[in-house]
Design a protein around this ligand. Structure first.
Ligand SMILES: [Zn+2]
Length: 137
């Protein structure tokens, strides 16, 4: 019981201090925060290497850009470029993400697919760069 009480106190303190953590992280990381990770999906045998760039915003959670390569033993290497706007993304982040998607559509030689996930308008679309075609999913 003592453990549970300590756990609840810690979680409550974390929750109450979350706004200050956001402020400190914004000061520490500035306009962008990037991270890289390797993921192995053991159910399908897929190796993914993912690089994410979060574009911080004062008005919303900010949009993110993800570049990913995935390899399966029976597939060729696939490279994708994704830009994602959060559900409560602000108009400026939505505009920037759409602009980046359109620019990548014109100059996408390094990627098999270009994705835009716009959660504000519930739009999810993809460009197949080999076929030069766009699909709204
Ligand atoms: Zn924003």
């Amino acid at each position: 019981m003592e453990y549970i009480k300590k756990l609840v106190d810690t979680q409550l303190a974390n929750f109450r201090g979350k706004d200050e953590v956001v402020i400190q992280n914004r000061k520490k990381y500035g306009q962008e925060y990037s991270y890289y990770k390797k993921i192995f999906y053991d159910t399908d045998g897929i190796h993914e290497e993912q690089s994410t760039r979060m574009c911080m915003c004062e008005q919303c959670a900010g949009y993110r850009i993800i570049q990913s390569t995935a390899q399966h033993p029976r597939w060729d290497l696939n490279r994708v470029f994704c830009v994602s706007v959060p559900t409560y993304g602000c108009p400026e982040c939505q505009k920037q993400a759409q602009r980046i998607y359109m620019e990548m559509a014109k100059n996408s030689n390094n990627f098999n697919y270009i994705y835009l996930q716009d959660r504000v308008d519930d739009v999810y679309k993809r460009i197949d760069t080999a076929r030069r075609s766009e699909t709204v999913l």
